[in-house]
Ligand binder design. Sequence first.
Ligand code: MG
Ligand code: MG
Length: 271
Amino acid sequence: MFKKNIQYKTPEEIEIMRESALVVSRTLGMLAKEVAPGVLPIDLDKKAEAFIRDQGAEPGFLGLYGFPNTLCISVNEQVVHGIPGKKPLTDGDIISVDCGALKNGFYGDHAYTFEVGEVSPEVKKLCQITKESLYIGIQKAKAGNRIGDIGNAIQRYTQKAGYGVVRELVGHGLGRDMHEEPQVPNYGKKGTGPKILDGMVLAIEPMINMGTKRVKQLNDGWTIITADRKPSAHFEHDVAIVNGKPEILSTFDYVEEALGIKKMSLNTVSV
Ligand code: MG
Ligand code: MG
C-alpha cells in the first residue's frame, strides 16, 4: 500500500499540492453548511463529488483500493473508512468526514469531525482535544525532528485527557499517490523514525477514541469502529516542510467560517 521511498517534493510541486489540498478544504467548507439532523450521509457524498468535479478535480477516494464513494463518513463509534449510507444523521452525533481529491496529478486528503446539532459536553471535548492534538503534532513537523516526535506529541496530549490513541491506522506521506512513505503514527517515541526534511508532504491525522484505543473492522470490509463502541474523533491536515518549518497546505478556514467558530491554528494551540 505504501510506496517504498519517501518522495520529496519540489517547491513547484508543493504549490500544485496546495491547490489539491484546497479543493478538499473548500469541499469540507461546503459540507459544513449541510451537516444537520435528518441529513443522509449518501447525499453529502453526492454533493461532495459534484463539488470536487466542478473544481476540475477528481474524487481521490472513489475507486481507491475499491472504495465505493467520494467521502469516508464515520459516525460516532466509527473511527474512519465509514461508507456513506442512508441512515439519517441524528442530533448529538459526530461525523468524521474524510475527503480526497486528485488534481494536476497530486492528491489532497484531509478530514474534519463535525457535530450534528447539539452534542454532549464530553463528546464536544473529545472533538476539541483531537483537533488541538493535530496542531500540537504539526508543530513538531520541522526539520531536525523525526517522525516519531509528531506521534509522541499527539499521544501525550490526548492520553493526558484519558483518551485512546488508535494504533492500527496512521497518517502518511502524500503526493502523486494517496499513501506514500513515511507512515506517520499518532503515537511513538521522541527521536525515532525517519528524519523530517524539506520537501516532505505529510498527511497528519490523529484518530482519537474516548475510551479504549482498540478498534475492529465491520463486515463491510471498510468501516473501523472502536472496540468499546465509544465515540472517536478524527482531524487531518496536509503539511509540507518548507524552509525547515511545517506549512499547512489545507485549511479549516472554510469550515470554521461556515460554522461561525473561532479559528484554530499553529499559533493558537500550545501544550
Ligand atoms: Mg484522509
Ligand atoms: Mg490520510
